[in-house]
Design a protein around this ligand. Structure first.
Ligand code: SF4
Length: 283
């Protein structure tokens, strides 16, 4: 097997990320970027990449970590988030489901087909609220190329075309209280993120979430990895097709209201987080 030159590899991966940020104007001078830092490889690479990008552009960077309350799993991720933020000199805002919502994911997951449903809803909610409160202009996430393809196929599988508006490296401002998202790793394959972490001996949270196996995402991820192993290039081709489809069909309704209960942005009358809390409380 060919030996990989660490410096060359780092140069390649960071150049690609820098180019994506510049070409799509993901960050503007003077902005405050809030990074969603889970402590996993993707968010930690995003932390390094944004820190590097501060040499190119003058902007501020903070991180937000959300502890969902998953016994034996999440605390390791939070530790990795804290130590990486400290190493990089980035201020970290630490939030938890327990403090923000009054329950841990472990307390409520049994009410759902998959724990990922409430997990994603409340995590997105807490991230957005925190970023909005601290005055962040954008939230940067560690979504990589593989995540993007999986999300697209999941939306297809669910017939949820509204989600198509969430594809691409940058999401538009569609509501004043919804902090727009950017994805600096949008065109970086997951495999390369893992290689970067190993080659550079980065302290990351490696364990897999105990709930992940039950999710639709895990099934689609397994299918895609299997297809890629058999036919190299399948993932890139799917991504190219998505980009072409989205170029032809941009007529997607992204109008948002404010939730009548909590005031957070939502496409319905009541936001998903309040809907779930109402169901849990049996009201
Ligand atoms: Fe949450 Fe699901 Fe991710 Fe686990 S795999 S952290 S439950 S979204």
């Amino acid at each position: 097997m060919a030996v990989i030159d660490k410096d060359e590899f780092n140069e390649k991966i960071f150049t690609r990320i820098n180019n994506l940020i510049s070409e799509h104007g993901l960050i503007k001078e003077g902005e405050l970027i809030a990074l969603a830092l889970s402590g996993g490889k993707d968010s930690v690479l995003t932390l390094h990449a944004l820190k590097n990008y501060q040499d190119i552009l003058d902007f501020d960077l903070v991180a937000i970590a959300v502890d969902e309350g998953i016994e034996g799993y999440r605390s390791h991720g939070v530790e990795a988030a804290i130590s990486n933020a400290e190493d990089m000199g980035v201020k970290l805002h630490l939030k938890s489901f327990k403090e923000e919502e009054g329950f841990a994911l472990d307390d409520i997951y049994e009410n759902f087909k998959s724990a990922c449903i409430p997990c994603g809803v409340f995590r997105r909610n807490i991230l957005n609220k925190t970023a909005y409160e601290i005055g962040a202009n954008k939230i940067a996430t560690g979504h990589n190329l593989d995540d993007e393809i999986q999300s697209f196929l999941m939306s297809f599988a669910r017939g949820d075309t509204i989600k198509f508006s969430k594809f691409g490296p940058e999401l538009d401002v569609i509501h004043p209280k919804l902090v727009p998202r950017i994805k600096p790793l949008w065109n970086t394959p997951e495999k390369e993120v893992g290689m970067w972490a190993v080659l550079n001996d980065i302290d990351i949270h490696l364990e897999e979430c105990p709930y992940s196996k039950l999710s639709l995402r895990a099934k689609i991820k397994g299918f895609l990895n299997d297809a890629e192993d058999r036919n190299t290039g399948v993932k890139r081709n799917i991504m190219k097709s998505f980009q072409q489809i989205l170029t032809f069909d941009n007529d997607i309704n992204t109008h948002l209201n404010e939730c009548v209960i909590c005031g957070e942005p939502t496409s319905s009358e009541i936001c998903k987080a309040c809907e779930i809390k109402r169901d849990i409380e049996g009201n």
